[in-house]
Design a protein around this ligand. Structure first.
Ligand SMILES: *[C@@H]1O[C@H](CO)[C@@H](O)[C@H](O)[C@H]1NC(C)=O
Length: 126
């Protein structure tokens, strides 16, 4: 069998085998350590762990919750960050993946770089 297809099937099976997504949840915590005291098994349709880091003049507030991929991605796409303040939203989809509010921000960079790379490639071939 095609290796790509096998890989796809294995991933799909893995996703179905996994039960409710578990995320760290907290509201307005001043640090990641404080935030990671509590976890929650998300309800059925929630497929994303969402982390929101808000900072205003150096004071940060972290929020983590179960979410749906679309609203989370929308919030992530609309997140803004200025030197004096802003917010960063990150989305991830594996159990307890929102353990670290900062390492995950690299995903944001990836989400920006990936479409840009695809755009460049599509222009390159036309
Ligand atoms: C979530 O579900 C897992 C597996 O069933 C369980 O081990 C864990 O304690 C649950 N967590 C919460 C916060 O209910």
């Amino acid at each position: 069998m095609n290796t790509g297809l096998t890989f796809f099937l294995v991933i799909t099976l893995f996703c179905f085998a996994a039960d409710a997504l578990e995320c760290y949840v907290c509201s307005s915590s001043s640090s990641n350590t404080v935030c990671n005291q509590k976890t929650q098994n998300c309800s059925g349709s929630d497929d994303t762990c969402m982390t929101t880091v808000t900072h205003v003049v150096g004071i940060q507030s972290i929020q983590k919750a179960c979410s749906l991929s679309v609203p989370c991605m929308t919030a992530a796409a609309n997140s803004i960050s200025f030197v004096i303040g802003g917010n960063t939203v990150t989305c991830c989809t594996t159990d307890l993946c929102n353990v670290n509010g900062f390492a995950i921000t690299r995903l944001n960079v990836l989400l920006l770089v990936l479409p840009a790379a695809l755009l460049v490639m599509s222009f390159g071939t036309s």
